[in-house]
Design a protein around this ligand. Structure first.
Ligand SMILES: Cc1ncc(COP(=O)(O)O)c(C=O)c1O
Length: 382
């Protein structure tokens, strides 16, 4: 079990700012000759006599990242081979016949996990408008799990985690928040009352588009034990190299995010004034319908993701994105480099409800004027 992992690593001072925590948490205990960084442990088995017996039990490279994420999220973190593997482990907590409440605008892969279970009549699913807090609260009645995604992909909807988690708990349901877009530095779902927080560490935590990884953190020991057992018994373990790289990425999360968030706010403002842009979704933007809730729930900013809609056909939008020279026309997000794509380019059912010209933009740490010149030129070509 991974409950005592903090004992292996250097102590984190509770008074530290988070920029200090990301730089320091999960390092080996300080002693003469100790390594500065937790080494990559490549071993499928261990000598008998400790908690670690076989490779699926645990690995110190995983534990170092889990110690750091646990500090940031405020609970016990368990890492997985991808964000969806972590989501699958969380979904396994729903009992047969249980109802899961999930936002219509949630990441399509997560909706797919629950949809597949519902197709087999293992569970029922109720889709809700995540931005409609009253509807989310009403849907909690009779639920076994209430899934939130805040900030949501790709609509950037911010959910009222406190109110919805309270209603979920009242109903005896497990409250889960996918906080991939917000990152552990912009939102603390467990402090807001959620039971479990999910991160696709593939994105901002890794930060360099070179790995896939997921994490589930909870402050409920019974749930932590079940999540750990699921990983052990089902085998969706992380790779030692991936956890090493993700922890190295985490070291710079504070500076990366400060920079890319500044860029995102500036680009959202410039996009909103462009004649070809009909709508900009960025919760921190003045005039955005979610500005108020963002100020309340995301006091340190809304992160580095934005999306916008165009006065164009989907084909025109695609060719504009393909013409970009600096920003890369590719899926995924959260890296130091800017990526953009029209989400509805995938099969309609995968992105049901996503406007046809909605472009999701993962803003990187490049110079903001270079990014704008590239984007403006592409928009003006349409
Ligand atoms: C919000 C969100 N949750 C979960 C996932 C799944 O993560 P992974 O791709 O690491 O499996 C993604 C991937 O894009 C995502 O954007």
């Amino acid at each position: 079990m991974n409950q005592d992992i903090n004992a292996q690593f250097a102590q984190v001072d509770k008074s530290w700012n988070e920029a200090t925590v990301v730089a320091q948490a999960g390092r080996p205990r300080r002693s003469a000759g100790a390594a500065m960084s937790q080494p990559i442990t490549l071993s499928s088995t261990y000598v008998h006599g400790s908690d670690l017996s076989y490779g699926r039990d645990g690995n110190n490279s995983w534990s170092a990242l889990e110690a750091a994420l646990g500090e940031l999220d405020g609970g016990t973190a368990t890492t997985f081979s991808s964000g969806l593997a972590a989501a699958t482990a969380i979904a396994s907590l729903v009992p047969t016949g249980g109802k899961v409440v999930i936002p219509q605008a949630a990441y399509y892969g997560v909706k797919g996990i629950f949809g597949a279970a519902a197709d087999l009549n293992h569970i029922t699913v109720q889709l809700v408008d995540g931005a409609d807090t009253a509807a989310c609260i009403q849907a909690c009645e009779g639920a076994a799990m209430v899934w939130m995604e805040s900030i949501a992909n790709p609509t950037l909807v911010v959910q009222d985690i406190s109110a919805i988690s309270a209603a979920a708990k009242n109903a005896g349901a497990i409250a889960v928040v996918d906080a991939t877009f917000a990152t552990p530095l912009r939102q603390k779902p467990l402090e807001l009352g959620a039971d479990i927080v999910l991160h696709s560490a593939t994105k901002f935590i890794g930060g360099h588009s070179d790995l896939l990884l997921g994490a589930a953190t909870t402050n409920n020991d019974a749930l932590a034990a079940r999540i750990y057992s699921y990983r052990h018994d089902n085998g969706a373990i992380p790779g030692a190299l991936e956890t090493f790289l993700a922890l190295r990425g985490l070291r710079t999360l504070a500076v990366r995010l400060d920079c890319s968030q500044r860029n995102a706010l500036e680009l959202a403002t410039r996009l909103a004034a462009h004649p070809k842009v009909t709508k900009v979704n960025y919760p921190g933007l003045e005039g955005d319908s979610q500005h108020e809730i963002a100020q309340q729930l995301l006091p340190h900013g809304s992160g580095a993701m934005l999306s916008f809609e165009l006065d164009a056909t989907p084909e025109q939008a695609d060719s504009a994105l393909e013409s970009l020279a600096l920003i890369t026309h590719a899926t995924s997000l959260g890296g130091v480099e800017s990526l953009i794509e029209r989400r509805a380019r995938y099969e309609a059912e995968m992105n049901a409800g996503v406007p046809l010209t909605l472009c999701r933009f993962s803003v990187g740490i490049e110079n903001v004027n270079d990014l704008w010149r590239d984007l403006e030129a592409a928009l003006n070509r349409m």
